[in-house]
Ligand binder design. Structure first.
Ligand code: ZN
Length: 316
């Protein structure tokens, strides 16, 4: 229930709409990560720890504290659903470093740091579990460079970009979170569509462009954005605009601090990161307007892909 509420919140923040029939439900992992909302079990961990602080902050004769201490003193026989046991298991899972102790309950900043640290560890474990299963969550992690040592936990650049129109932001969000039905890669939620036929497994999501289909090329985000011959004219227009913006960003910047062109970003994965709002660290510095232009070019390209594939239903 809580996960569903959080996921609906994530959809709203990203601008997803059920009204558009070409948009399918985003996988919760990517959508929650994207909006920095948390799944229910992490919220519960944080709530439990906050409650523990409140208990410890009460005087020993206070009813709440007395009940807590009474259950603690008989913890081996306490009810398996008791909050005391849950807090105990959290303490065992996330031990306080030797030589330190639990912060004074009146020291709220220290507790906040403690709780956020534990929540972050739990969150990383959750992300790693989803990532290890492959599929959409793994593709999301690659695009948002969560595999790199230099992780950037801040809100993605494109969500903070004031220059992007809401529909441009949404187009990028859909590609990043692998939630779009723009491409076959994301169409499996829409089983039985006229264009894509019956639902296929994630590994069999072949591009519907005829030459790609013959060669059984998987319609990944990388294929759509950088490779599929169907979209070459639109792609050239996107790259021209992106390169012009990146060149402008590089002028006046300290030598070597900006990439200057899309190709200079390096591997396909890195180019995707630039196009979809998570530029590799230190690749683009300076005036944000230049990067906005890159994102606008990318969002408009995604829209053209959508029109080509879904509105025109073309497969050549
Ligand atoms: Zn293709």
């Amino acid at each position: 229930m809580i996960n569903r509420v959080q996921c609906n919140g994530a959809r709203q923040l990203l601008g997803f709409s059920d009204i558009d029939e070409a948009v399918c439900a985003p996988p919760p992992c990517a959508a929650l990560l994207e909006t920095q909302l948390k799944p229910a079990h992490i919220l519960r961990v944080m709530g439990l720890l906050r409650f523990w602080r409140i208990v410890l902050s009460r005087p020993k004769q206070c009813m709440l504290r007395r009940v807590w201490d009474a259950i603690e003193s008989h913890h081996s026989t306490s009810h398996p659903m008791s909050l005391n046991l849950e807090v105990r298991s959290l303490q065992q899972k996330h031990p306080i470093p030797i030589g330190t102790s639990v912060p004074n309950p009146k020291n709220k900043p220290a507790w906040k740091e403690l709780i956020n640290g534990i929540a972050k560890t739990e969150m990383n474990t959750w992300v790693a579990e989803h990532d290890a299963k492959g599929g959409r969550a793994h593709a999301y992690c690659l695009i948002t460079h969560k595999h790199m040592a230099d992780k950037r936990p801040d809100t993605p650049a494109y969500l903070q970009d004031k220059e992007l129109r809401p529909n441009q932001r949404r187009n990028i969000a859909l590609m990043r979170t692998q939630a779009a039905a723009y491409v076959a890669a994301h169409a499996q939620h829409r089983a039985g569509t006229a264009l894509y036929g019956p639902a296929a497994g994630y590994g069999e999501r072949y591009c519907t462009q005829q030459s790609c289909k013959r060669r059984r090329i998987v319609d990944s985000t990388e294929h759509v954005m950088l490779k599929c011959p169907s979209h070459e004219p639109a792609r050239q227009a996107m790259v021209t605009k992106a390169d012009a913006a990146l060149t402008a960003a590089a002028i006046g910047a300290p030598h070597g601090s900006n990439i200057g062109s899309l190709a200079a970003a390096g591997s396909d994965a890195r180019q995707l990161q630039v196009l979809l709002g998570s530029p590799p660290p230190h690749s683009i510095n300076g005036d944000d307007k230049h990067y906005s232009a890159v994102l606008q070019a990318s969002a408009d390209f995604i829209r053209e892909v959508y029109d080509w594939r879904w509105t025109d239903k073309r497969t050549v």
